[in-house]
Ligand binder design. Structure first.
Ligand code: 5AD
Length: 349
């Protein structure tokens, strides 16, 4: 067995092997005190109080998909759609580099008007100008495109399933391809991307049984990045009248994921903050170790309205970053400007 590690510092802790029944009990809150304290300890041992910062540029809110939970679904005619030019994207990336962050995340809806070539040019230009890790979150793109972007220098790719339950996936994401998306995660890993996926907690129809299996599935995939955040109902979607998810449940999930995947990067998602102020920072004490402040230009950032409350701050990027650093420090943690690569050690046989 050949051992390939992304990072000079592999994970320190052994993954905790929790059974389905144990995960289910923890999800139901039967041992929150134990769960949260163990997750906090594991996070501290792995990351020494550091919270990795990623600057995210949400460069297009056009989307060809029909996801029942998402405000950017193509049927929603009430969103003001925007697309940033390469120059505008590079200018936002420049802000991220100037402020000293180590990673840029480029995210959009499934907007295929950005060609493969255009994205790879963007990646090359960023790599020429800056010493930044690049994470892509551009949806279901073709295999050869992903390969091309990896060759151009992209480091990581995020592709959330939102749930690994086939029936629930079909009910939430009409016309999306379940098997192809899962296969794409394996393909991304084989290309050498640090690969991430994730789930939305409390999607309408999600039970604890489904959630427990989702956690097991995410863990079996041996990913570098794991994301979870609570569902928030968006008025202009078919799920408008469904109840919002629970921040506490989302915290339980991040804590369980940390114990089972000690070296993975787990973001404290902005949907926590949109749902209930303070719960995003609280998540940093419950398994999460990453925060992703938005660097999308304020003229358009409010239109990246995936769920209500997203990108509400209209202050300049530097001020927002300052504010996030302050919140991190208030919790006795250290904002980190490192690249913050995954600590997963990949075993290739
Ligand atoms: N509530 C919470 N999270 C959502 N996302 C999309 N719609 C919602 C919603 N209504 C999440 C998905 C997506 C990420 C960008 O936002 O996980 O991948």
């Amino acid at each position: 067995i050949q051992q390939v590690s992304f990072s000079p510092q592999p994970s320190l802790l052994k993954p905790m092997a929790l059974s389905y029944a144990q995960i289910l009990e923890l999800l139901q809150g039967q041992d929150d005190e134990w769960l949260f304290s163990r997750a906090q300890l594991a996070t501290e041992l792995e990351f020494q109080q550091q919270v990795y910062l990623r600057g995210i540029v949400e460069f297009s809110n056009h989307c060809r998909n029909h996801c029942h939970y998402c405000g950017l679904r193509s049927e929603n005619r009430q969103v003001k759609r925007y697309r940033l030019s390469n120059e505008e994207i590079l200018s936002a990336v420049n802000n991220i580099a100037t402020l000293g962050l180590g990673t840029v995340v480029l995210q959009s809806g499934d907007d295929f008007s950005y060609s493969c070539k255009r994205i790879s040019t963007l990646i090359s230009e960023i790599k020429q100008r800056h010493d930044l890790a690049i994470t892509l979150s551009l949806g279901d793109r073709k295999h050869h495109e992903l390969e091309n972007w990896r060759e151009a220098g992209a480091d990581r790719y995020l592709l959330k399933m939102e749930t690994f339950d086939r029936a629930l996936f079909a009910r939430c994401r009409p016309k999306a391809h379940f098997d192809e998306r899962i296969a794409r995660l394996a393909h991304l890993k084989s290309l050498g991307f640090q690969t991430g996926s994730g789930i939305i907690i409390d999607l309408p129809g999600m039970t604890d049984a489904i959630l427990a299996r989702d956690i097991q599935y995410l863990t079996e995939l041996q990913l570098d990045m794991l994301a979870c955040g609570p569902f928030i109902a968006h008025a202009q979607t078919p799920f408008a009248t469904s109840p919002n998810g629970s921040a506490l449940k989302s915290h339980r999930v991040s804590a369980i994921l940390r114990l089972m995947n000690p070296g993975a990067n787990i973001p404290a998602t902005s949907s926590l903050d949109a749902l209930e102020k303070g719960t995003r920072e609280q998540a940093l004490k419950r398994g999460c170790n990453v925060i992703m402040p938005s660097f999308t230009p304020t003229q358009v950032s409010g239109d990246y309205s995936i769920y209500p409350g997203k990108n509400q701050q209209q202050h300049p990027a530097a001020e927002r970053l300052n504010h996030v650093c302050q919140l991190i420090q208030n919790h006795g943690l250290i904002p980190s400007f490192n690249r913050g690569d995954s600590k997963r050690v990949q075993y290739v046989s």
